[in-house]
Design a protein around this ligand. Structure first.
Ligand code: BES
Ligand code: MN
Ligand code: ZN
Length: 498
């Protein structure tokens, strides 16, 4: 985040100047606290002469409203207040932030008719504002008008007026930790590959030490010793050496087995010798979205001091075309001992994860492993860009992830696994091949991963469609979404702390 708005909480009070933001329920219904800001008469007049109906996240701005000293009055629709989920509060905050104009100070009246707005709701609203404020503009040396406007908005002082500021402040401490994790994930994904190679990514991870996260970085020599032939095969065409980063957050009881998150960190995926078409290849700078989410998540969990033991592991490589690159037909031996015939060098993410997952399971014997990966184009064909694909060998874990997705709006949809799919990666030349048939590509990739997780509870999230290039939303205007951080923070908070 270039600059972020300052947000504080106070008890309901009169709003005399600057920008006032009010929430309105459907049909333009306002809470008393909102009506008292500009008076009921003016409020109903504005609603009468506009077509604003209080639809969720819709907004209406009025400049210099008569009879007040306000510069700007912004109405934000909250739809049916009884149906607002956490994600909706983020949307409200995002919409509100977009409308604050060039105000130096902004007051938001967080009240709705016949509804208690909790501290949690207020914190989610604030989180929506922080995430909306995010931009990736560090490489723009000439700022345009809209950039200037953004800067102005990001230096605004925002006061959220609520019933219980103490409760809101407390909840906001967690929300800020979440915002930092999402922003870190977005920054990593947005960063171009010439700047962020495996080594540089690992350096960014080392910064988590400041938050008391234990960090270990393995280099190719270490990985060779461990027998990670599958991961190293992908990396061998790049002049930039691979890294495996291991993060540990010990917030739980000493002897408790950790929960584990594993990420695909292909800093750039050219496809290798099975090279990708030129159009859109630039987007493969984001092929480390899984690793970015794991890094962001560990940042969040450590900064909010989550009461749980967590391991994060990311495999960092670059998949390039080169005289030393891996060839189609090559057979590599993974750390598990299983051999893999590489029939397409562009199916590289599964090769990286095979060793990362196996290593994680062997070394930490975690309660479960969740891996995140921008793994297949096929998942976008199946689910579009609003759900990540969920594959799991464990119904409980799958249900927990589904619920966390519904709550946060980082939605997941379960896909099948099964013997019919598994046999598609058998080959006569080795234990398995890294591609299957034309159909069901996302499932085949998941079956491949499943061969490296043993009997441990495991879920794979295919985030190719959700981590980047998603349509702009109320709380994300950037190419990278940071998908996974809020989802998994919620999974942890709701099921594995205390
Ligand atoms: N990183 C890609 C998947 C991807 C595609 C992510 C588009 C985000 C946007 C992955 O490594 C890949 O190339 N997958 C191939 C697999 C195929 C060769 C079996 C694919 O999906 O085409
Ligand atoms: Mn690929
Ligand atoms: Zn890839």
């Amino acid at each position: 985040m270039s600059k972020r708005p300052s947000i504080s909480f106070a008890k309901f009070a009169a709003v005399e100047n600057g920008t006032a933001i009010l929430l309105l329920a459907a049909e333009g219904k306002a809470a008393q606290e909102a009506e008292s800001v500009v008076g009921q008469a003016l409020l109903s007049r504005i609603i009468d002469v506009s077509d604003f109906k209080g639809k969720l996240a819709a907004s209406l701005s009025t400049l210099a409203p008569a009879g007040t000293e306000l510069d700007r009055l912004v109405l934000v629709g909250a739809g049916d207040p009884a149906r607002l989920k956490a994600d909706d509060w983020l949307k409200l905050g995002g919409s509100a932030f977009a409308k604050i104009g060039k105000a130096k100070h902004v007051s938001v009246v967080l009240a709705l008719p016949d509804t208690d707005v909790t501290g949690e709701n207020a914190a989610d609203f604030a989180l929506g504002m922080l995430l909306r404020a995010y931009t990736f503009d560090k490489y723009k040396t000439k700022k345009g008008r809209s950039d200037e406007e953004r800067e102005e908005k990001s230096s605004a002082r925002i006061t959220l007026l609520v019933a219980d500021p103490q409760a809101a402040k407390k909840a906001f401490a967690n929300a800020e930790a979440v915002a930092e994790g999402v922003v870190l994930a977005r920054d990593l994904v947005n960063e171009p590959a010439n700047i962020l190679g495996p080594v540089e990514f690992a350096e960014r991870i080392e910064e988590l030490k400041k938050l008391d996260v234990k960090v270990e970085i393995l280099d190719p020599k270490d990985m060779k010793k461990l027998g990670m032939g599958s991961l190293l095969g992908v990396a061998q065409g790049s002049v930039r050496p691979a890294r495996l980063a291991i993060m540990e957050w010990q917030g739980g009881k000493g002897k408790d087995a950790p929960i584990a998150f594993v990420g695909k960190g292909v800093v750039f995926d050219s496809g290798g010798v099975s090279i990708k078409p030129a159009a859109g290849m630039d987007e493969m700078k984001g092929d480390m979205g899984g690793a970015a989410a794991v890094t962001g998540l560990l940042h969040t969990l450590a900064s909010r001091k989550a009461k749980v033991n967590v391991v994060g592991i990311v495999g960092l490589v670059e998949n390039m075309v080169d005289g030393n690159a891996q060839r189609p037909g090559d057979i590599v031996t993974s750390m598990s001992g299983q051999t893999i015939e590489v029939l397409n060098t562009d199916a590289e993410g599964r090769l990286v994860l095979a060793d990362a997952l196996y290593y994680c399971n062997e070394r930490f014997q975690p309660k479960f492993m969740v891996n995140l990966a921008t793994l297949t184009g096929a998942i976008m064909v199946a689910l579009g860009q609003s759900h990540a694909g969920l594959f799991s060998n464990d119904d409980t874990l799958a249900a927990q992830l589904f619920d966390a997705g519904q709550a946060t709006g980082e939605k997941v949809w379960r896909m099948p696994l099964g013997a019919e799919y598994d046999k598609l990666i058998d080959t006569k030349n080795a234990d398995m091949k890294n591609i299957g048939t034309r159909f069901g590509g996302a499932i085949i990739a998941a079956q491949f991963l499943k061969r490296f997780v043993g009997d441990t509870a495991w879920a794979h999230l295919d985030i190719a469609g959700t981590a980047m290039g998603t349509p702009a939303s109320e709380y994300n205007q950037s190419w990278a979404s940071g998908f996974g951080v809020r989802l998994l923070d919620r999974l942890v908070q709701d099921n594995f702390e205390g």
